[in-house]
Design a protein around this ligand. Structure first.
Ligand SMILES: Nc1nc2c(ncn2[C@@H]2O[C@H](COP(=O)(O)OP(=O)(O)OP(=O)(O)O)[C@@H](O)[C@H]2O)c(=O)[nH]1
Length: 297
């Protein structure tokens, strides 16, 4: 594609505490469902790039897992490594918080940001504010506690102030030709995304009993006779978790698979045949080699 001489391209990391709306923000910015969202904290585990290209700019977003500050297992250490690494290569950081919520936990996350990277404070969920007059004093208070370059209040969910946010981000990106094709939305493979769809349904459909230690492995992913055949395994820690996921007469697992399959068909534009198994794999969250196999590096 031909691009103007002042075209800008750069990397943007989205960070913040669990549940502040990072995935929602990314999805709304790139206008497609690529990162999973749920009401539960910590549903995003991998670094995912979302790419938005307009006439003047290519925004390459890096979505990071909810940074863990209080609970430490092998898994969370691996996740924190991904967060820290993803920050070192970016041009600007979107630090997402929820309007009127800022405390020591956010400051802890601020502390892991390298000094030389500009930070745009994205104050999300302003649609939830009942008293708008509280916003300005809140922003002043936050600005006194941490070093930030810009503040943009938004509602990711209702797409309020997202163009303003993009304009602000653009100022921090270097003049450079695009790195990706205009139509590319994510550099994650389809295989990875189908696994994420299953994880999302797990979080949505199974209650609080299911801990964050569950994981999904896509064992097979192949096109055959105009159908995409996907075989996946949900790994859990304990037999009782397996029973919860499968549900009475297999109803719960059927529901998870059927909803995940619909999302996969939308993504792939093909009919999907999906088989999902549940396996107990004791202690996997602390095993480095299993983590590597699952792609946590
Ligand atoms: N009211 C309101 N809710 C929002 C907004 N943005 C996100 N949410 C909701 O907040 C919850 C968490 O959103 P996510 O996008 O999953 O949050 P996250 O920061 O990616 O969470 P982790 O993956 O746990 O780190 C979901 O229920 C969203 O629907 C917003 O602008 N307004």
């Amino acid at each position: 594609m031909t691009t103007p001489a002042n075209f800008r391209t750069g990397y943007i990391a989205i960070i913040g505490r669990p549940n502040v709306g990072k995935s929602t923000l990314l999805n709304k910015l790139v206008e497609q469902k690529i990162s999973i969202t749920s009401r539960k904290a910590q549903t995003t585990r991998f670094r995912i790039n979302g790419i938005l290209t307009d006439q003047q700019t290519q925004f390459v977003f890096v979505d990071t897992p909810g940074f863990q500050t209080h609970y430490s297992s092998g898994l969370n250490t691996a996740m924190n490594r991904v967060v820290t690494r993803s920050m070192q290569e970016v041009n600007v950081i979107l630090f997402v918080i929820e309007a009127l919520h800022f405390d020591q936990r956010d400051i802890t996350v601020f502390k892991i940001i390298p000094d030389n990277i500009p930070i745009i404070l994205v104050v999300n969920k302003i649609d939830k504010l009942t008293d708008k007059n509280r916003l300005l004093p809140f922003l002043n208070e936050v600005a006194q506690q941490v070093k930030i370059s810009d503040i943009i209040p938004v509602s990711a969910m209702h797409k309020i102030q997202l163009p303003e946010l993009l304009n602000t981000i653009r100022n921090y990106l270097p003049i450079s030709q695009p790195l990706y094709n205009k139509n590319e939305i994510t550099d994650r493979s389809e295989r990875f995304l189908v696994g994420e769809f299953i994880r999302e349904k797990l979080f949505r459909l199974v209650g609080d009993e299911i801990p964050y230690s569950t994981s999904v492995v896509v064992d097979q992913f192949k096109f055959e006779d105009n159908v995409c055949k996907i075989y996946a395994t949900i790994l859990v820690d304990k037999p009782n978790q397996k029973a919860i996921i499968i549900g009475k007469k297999g109803e719960k697992l059927k529901q998870i698979a059927s909803q995940a399959r619909k999302d996969m068909e939308l993504l792939l534009g093909e009919k999907v045949y999906l088989e999902v198994w549940v396996k107990v794999k004791s202690g996997w969250a602390d095993s480095e080699s299993v983590l590597r196999n699952l792609g946590y590096e």
